[in-house]
Design a protein around this ligand. Structure first.
Ligand code: FCB
Length: 516
């Protein structure tokens, strides 16, 4: 039941129940849905172009593509019965990225990409607290990441490094002690995370210029403390959820300062030594019934919390401690200098759209809203996780981000599509919206497709296939998909014309959620 209302969790987390996923199951309010939230999004121009110096890349995360991350909370989680679809094991089925560095770099260069977003795993370099305290990193891990960074440089591919992508070291987060404070709830977490970031920036500042401190801070909290699909597996634990989100925001700001202090080397010669952000998961939101003021209010509340609260904190220093959209509470602050201007660019992950009602099935406490996953819009194509394909939402989140006046980078965008029938169109339509936003004044500097290669999609195991490349789970041999060739075409042309879309086949909607 819970899985039906949690909208914003990472791709792999939302699993429709067959009865709840039928697009025909739109109940009495089908009209409200079908009114369609495309109203305010302008048609993209007939041709869009991308600026020189644009970062064209794709993204992965360590736990999703590497092997042997047993000293992490996710390492324990995958061994816990009932948590992962089919108990899929990354050590057996995964692409084993660190043993296939050359192969993955070949996928990047074959498709013309000049940037690669990946994460360096804290629990790989420091599997124990003693190792961290003594600063004695695991040397095999250091060598592996060093090799990756060195080879990327030789290949002309810029590394964009994430320092925390959902998984934490076991010595900070242990799902078998779920009632005890975990990772971001622990008072010592911020200082330890800052130290971790500082060490990476110091060790590899000569190779890295682009950092993402924390991936999708809100999704991490919702996965772990609302839906329960992430460690520590709590359900509707709202106080813990908010504590985690706040801790991440504050730790990020301190890490931002530490990275800038530690990395003063301009690795790529563009005059900047370190550009630091988070990857914010932004969504389009629409009221389930646009004629119902309660649904409209609930949608505004969710949208504020999800798309604006954290950006307001780390860009403007405006801290809305009670999430009421006002800065009049005892712990609220405007322009707090410890938070303000603590991102150099906005990293935006965009996937899809969500319908919100005031009350429809499960109501999320404190946020006082329901997320409607079983009444998604009939008219839209669906990916294989039964998410709406909604490229206009890309334009909407970019227009929102533009208002902060910072450069923007799309740090993730992609589609679960095991047969690659839809990915070329999805990629092209979303990039067309990026180009349209640029034409309208958004300073978008790059785009990272999720993902370079099929990988472990959290609770859904290896079922959803997000890769521009496939691989054989036994031999690990990689193959660039046709959509990877389409990406290359766009990268080479640095523009998209309507005629590029006209030649692509129309979407084929997934008839059911195959990963259910
Ligand atoms: C995002 C996550 C990423 C991946 C994609 C599909 O929310 O950041 O790790 O799971 O969804």
């Amino acid at each position: 039941m819970l899985k039906r209302f949690l909208f914003v969790l990472p791709a792999a987390l939302f699993v429709c129940l067959p009865s709840s996923c039928k697009s025909s199951d739109s109940g009495g309010s089908a009209d409200a849905n079908d009114a369609g939230p495309t109203e305010d999004t302008p048609q993209p121009p007939a041709e869009v172009t991308f600026p020189a110096g644009f970062a064209w890349g794709s993204a992965t995360a360590a736990f999703q593509v590497e092997k042997g991350l047993t000293a992490t909370d996710w390492g324990a989680w995958v061994k816990t019965a009932g948590k992962i679809k089919n108990m899929d094991d990354p050590d057996v089925l995964g692409p084993d990225a660190l043993a296939h560095i050359d192969d993955d770099i070949a996928l990047l260069t074959q498709s013309g990409q000049n940037a690669y977003r990946f994460s360096i795993e804290w629990g790989r370099l420091y599997p124990t607290k003693a190792a961290f305290d003594a600063d004695m990193p695991d040397m095999a891990g250091v060598t592996a990441y060093d090799t990756l960074l060195t080879k990327l440089k030789a290949a002309g591919v810029a590394p964009w490094v994430t320092l925390h992508h959902f998984s934490s070291p076991s010595w900070l987060s242990d799902p078998s002690m779920a009632d005890a404070p975990q990772a971001w709830e622990r008072p010592e977490m911020a200082a330890l995370f800052v130290e971790w970031c500082k060490r990476i920036a110091k060790r590899w500042g000569d190779k890295i210029d682009h950092y993402i401190t924390i991936n999708e801070p809100l999704n991490l909290a919702l996965g772990g403390y609302v839906q329960g699909s992430f460690p520590p597996g709590q359900l509707l634990a709202m106080d813990r959820t908010f504590a985690v989100v706040k801790a991440e925001a504050k730790a990020h700001a301190q890490a931002f300062d530490a990275i800038h202090a530690a990395d003063t080397i301009d690795a790529d010669g563009d005059g900047k030594s370190a550009l630091v952000s988070m990857a914010f998961h932004q969504r389009a939101f629409h009221a389930y019934d646009a004629t119902n003021p309660d649904d409209v209010d609930a949608t505004a509340r969710v949208k504020y919390f999800w798309n604006a609260w954290l950006m307001n904190a780390v860009v403007k220093g405006d801290w809305d401690d009670d999430y009421d959209q006002k800065y009049d509470g005892p712990n609220d602050k405007l322009g707090d200098p410890t938070l303000k201007n603590h991102v150099d660019y906005l990293g935006v992950n965009y996937y899809s759209d969500t319908l919100i009602a005031r009350s429809h099935g499960v109501v999320i406490p404190k946020i006082n809203a329901s997320v409607i996953q079983d009444h998604i819009q009939d008219s839209r194509p669906k990916n294989e996780l039964w998410w709406d394909v909604y490229p206009q939402g890309m334009r909407q989140v970019l227009d929102e981000a533009k208002a902060y006046g910072l450069p923007i980078v799309i740090t993730e965008n992609g589609i679960a599509d095991s047969t690659d029938v839809n990915r070329a169109r999805y990629l092209t339509e979303h990039l067309q919206q990026v180009g349209a936003a640029i034409a309208a004044g958004a300073d978008v500097r790059g785009y990272f497709h999720w993902s370079l290669i099929d990988n472990f999609e959290w609770a859904n195991g290896f079922c959803p296939k997000f890769g521009l490349s496939a691989y054989d789970q036994k031999t690990k041999v990689r193959t660039l998909r046709a959509s990877g060739q389409q990406y290359k075409k766009i990268i080479q042309a640095k523009k998209i014309a309507q005629s590029d879309l006209d030649v692509l086949p129309p979407y084929v909607s997934a008839p059911v959620n195959p990963c259910n």
